[in-house]
Design a protein around this ligand. Structure first.
Ligand code: 1CP
Length: 383
């Protein structure tokens, strides 16, 4: 167990009783908390303006810029959380991998990792080299951001080993991640080495954000939906557990005011303390068949994409897991009445789970009218 610093927003009781954190811990909130995946980014004119002339990864490593971009959607929409502006490939870059983000495309590798020798070369980059010094721009950006956010929690995130490996092996974005899926069967030993290395690199990135001030952690296994349940369980889940083990031990202590209604044995005049862990969310696209397995790798909350209704997702999770999702991003451009009816349906189905955080089923499409997101937040908060 590792207790967060007393100045951490969770320990200092700034975010510990926020709607988002409590919902992630399974306590249903009177008002459903809401945030949007990819809320910081291309749908906002103020983002596009700030990004002019700065490459994506340079923006991520500029603390003042990354912090400002993280705060933009919180100010504009009044969402219940900020998501740290960064990218899943940042820890790869900081570990020494030749990777860039090409505008309009996504992550592109200088040399793809296709053979056992390539894996050996990659894994010579020691994850232990990712120290606080290497992560300094991330730590500084998180500190600047949480100082501004006050009682609003910041969500830290990282890519899951499989999703990162899909980019490493393919060399860039791909449709079915077929080379990565071939490697896991053709050379399971090299694959396991690749996954373990990636787990430690991405896990260090996630831990850094939480220790620096994030109040929750989300692991994105965006492309896990291309896997069968068997392949996921055998060749992917152990590495995701390993990645999450970097944050699983992080705890904080909350102190409850003396409670007059406390049980008779407890000294009513003494404050009660309780140790809680930093909540972990696990999300993937098209992962209806994997929800239970994705919970079991060590997540507290499961993010659901728009392909499966939340009541069905909750049933598959045994009705005991808080869920996040799953407004269809396509609905954001539909007439308001249509979107409103869809959101009400999502909320009603989300009532099947112990707690629900409203989100999209995947990221905000770049062409989304930001005013629709603001209106949606107001609508959910006003219910
Ligand atoms: O030019 C630009 O503005 C770059 C577009 C962009 C942005 C805004 C990229 C390139 N990354 C990001 C930021 C980002 N990436 C965030 C923080 C902002 C927020 O969510 O509000 C997050 C959480 C990510 C995570 C990310 N990057 C994922 C997982 C989430 C998901 O959407 O599934 C993935 C798969 C990536 C890779 C990536 N980075 C960028 C792009 C365009 C892509 C996807 C490429 C592909 O389709 O394979």
């Amino acid at each position: 167990m590792n207790t967060l610093d007393p100045s951490h927003p969770l320990s200092a009781a700034r975010t510990a009783s926020s709607r988002l954190v409590r919902a992630y811990q399974g306590v249903r909130q009177e008002v459903t908390p809401v945030w949007f995946m990819r809320q910081a980014g291309r749908s906002l004119p103020e983002y596009r303006e700030l990004r002019v002339g700065t490459r994506m990864l340079d923006a991520c490593l500029d603390p003042a810029l990354a912090s400002e971009i993280t705060l933009q959607p919180v100010r504009r929409h009044g969402v219940d959380a900020g998501i740290f502006f960064s990218d899943i490939v940042i820890p790869l870059r900081l570990a020494g991998v030749d990777v860039d983000i090409v505008p309009g495309k996504g992550p592109v590798l200088g040399s793809p990792v296709r053979t056992a020798d390539d894996v050996s070369r990659l894994t010579e980059l020691d994850p232990a080299s990712l120290t606080d010094e290497t992560f300094a721009p991330i730590i500084e950006a998180v500190r600047l951001t949480t100082a501004e956010l006050g009682d609003t929690p910041l969500i830290g995130f990282a890519g899951a080993p499989f999703t990162l490996a899909a980019y490493l092996v393919e060399g860039g974005p791909s449709k079915d991640h077929i080379r990565a899926r071939t490697m896991m069967h053709a050379d399971p030993i090299a694959w396991a080495r690749l996954m373990d290395w990636t787990a430690d690199v991405t896990g260090a990135f996630l831990r850094t954000q939480v220790v620096a001030g994030a109040s929750a952690a989300q692991l994105f296994d965006s492309w896990a939906g291309s896997l069968s349940l068997h392949d996921y369980a055998t060749h992917v889940a152990p590495a995701s557990t390993r990645a999450l083990s970097h944050v699983r031990d992080l705890t904080y202590v909350v102190t409850h005011a003396p409670d007059a209604a406390a049980d008779a044995d407890a000294r009513a005049d003494e404050p009660q303390t309780e140790t809680r862990n930093v909540p972990i969310v696990h999300f993937g696209v098209g992962t209806g068949e994997l929800l239970k397995a994705m919970h079991e790798v060590g997540a507290d909350v499961v993010g659901v994409d728009y392909r499966i209704p939340l009541d069905e997702a909750s049933r598959r999770l045994g009705h005991v897991v808080p869920i996040q999702g799953n407004v269809d991003p396509a609905m954001l451009a539909a007439p308001w009445k249509v979107l409103q009816a869809h959101v009400l349906d999502v909320l009603e189905r989300g009532a099947d789970a112990p707690a629900h955080v409203l989100n999209l089923g995947h990221g905000v499409p770049p062409e989304t009218d930001p005013d629709v997101l603001t209106r949606l937040v107001g609508f959910v908060h006003g219910l």
